[in-house]
Design a binder for this molecule. Structure first.
Ligand SMILES: Nc1ncnc2c1ncn2[C@@H]1O[C@H](COP(=O)(O)OP(=O)(O)OP(=O)(O)O)[C@@H](O)[C@H]1O
Ligand SMILES: [Mg+2]
Length: 279
């Protein structure tokens, strides 16, 4: 009898735990969306400043050369704003919430365009090595969320500025695409490494000057998303040298082929905390 009472309460506990995990996942998604919105708003503000300043300059100077230059600057600022709304926000809005053949290079390009100015502000040079890859079977918005988390973490690991590499590689034999985000920042101490994918594990005091970081949910969300994709995420890190996060995602089956990975891709909240590894 006691056992069955225990079972009931265990069942309730499991259900409650699952509900809490779902809420956390939603919270991280909102945080990532907030970050995206914050960055975009900031970016738009910069563009507007540029438009206003060049318009003033054009009005102040009557010579044709200055006016032409001002109009050119205003035009390119306007074009950049249009590109952001069309590409980044448009893509984010239109992307499906279920896995579909997804071009990862486009997602990398969008994220880098959106974070370009922030990276410049923090003096981070970003190298992108994008090999041609077949489409991955992925939920585009979720992969975007993962990439933003990893890139912001990498940026925060280099408070004095530095270099970062985002690489896309095809592994046809394994039918996976490899996405790597590598930084040459602080690195992660060996005793911390097993915990970085745990929820709420953070070594940051709180959000930085641009309002990012410090909740300790970023990597937990990344791992959850990649696991749900049937992919892998692993980390290599050396203190003082830097860190690399390597993600493997399944290649989308050719059109017409039966889609077994998609069927195995519920938005599950279950993952093995502490499954991080140093390789
Ligand atoms: N590229 C990196 N270099 C060094 N340490 C890192 C890197 N990425 C993650 N970490 C470590 O792992 C911890 C957890 O990262 P995670 O992204 O989950 O949380 P966070 O960045 O602290 O906060 P947030 O949830 O707001 O992103 C970080 O606090 C940091 O100590
Ligand atoms: Mg983070």
């Amino acid at each position: 009898m006691t056992q069955s009472a225990d079972q009931i309460s265990n069942g309730q506990l499991v259900a409650e735990l699952e509900a809490t995990r779902r809420q956390l996942r939603d919270a991280q998604q909102m945080a990532a969306l907030g970050e995206l919105l914050g960055t975009t708003t900031h970016e738009f503000n910069n563009i507007l400043m540029s438009v206003i300043n060049y318009a003033k300059m054009g009005l102040r100077h009557s010579d044709e050369a200055t006016r032409t230059k001002s109009l050119e600057k205003i035009l390119s600022a306007g074009q950049r704003a249009a590109k952001i709304t069309k590409t980044v926000l448009g893509a984010a809005r239109n992307r499906s919430e279920s896995p579909e053949p997804t071009d990862l290079a486009t997602i990398v390009g969008d994220v880098m365009m959106l974070l370009e100015r922030e990276m410049r502000k923090y003096r981070i040079a970003v190298d992108c090595e994008l090999q041609p890859t077949p489409p991955a079977l992925a939920v585009g918005n979720q992969i975007q969320q993962v990439l933003i988390n990893l890139v912001i973490n990498a940026r925060q690991a280099m408070p004095e500025g530095g270099r970062m590499l985002v690489r896309l590689q095809n592994d046809p034999a394994a039918k996976v695409i490899e996405l790597t985000v590598r930084d040459w920042g602080t690195g992660i101490a060996a005793d911390k490494l097993p915990h970085i994918f745990d929820r709420f594990f953070t070594t940051k005091d709180g959000p930085d000057a641009s309002g990012k970081g410090g909740t300790g949910l970023g990597l937990a969300a990344c791992k959850e998303i990649i696991d749900a994709h049937g992919g892998r995420i692993r980390v290599e890190s050396t203190v003082g040298k830097g860190t690399a996060f390597v993600i493997k995602l399944p290649v989308a089956p050719a059109a017409g082929a039966s889609n077994t990975v998609a069927a195995a891709l519920p938005a599950t909240g279950v993952f093995n905390a502490g499954a991080s590894q140093q390789t």
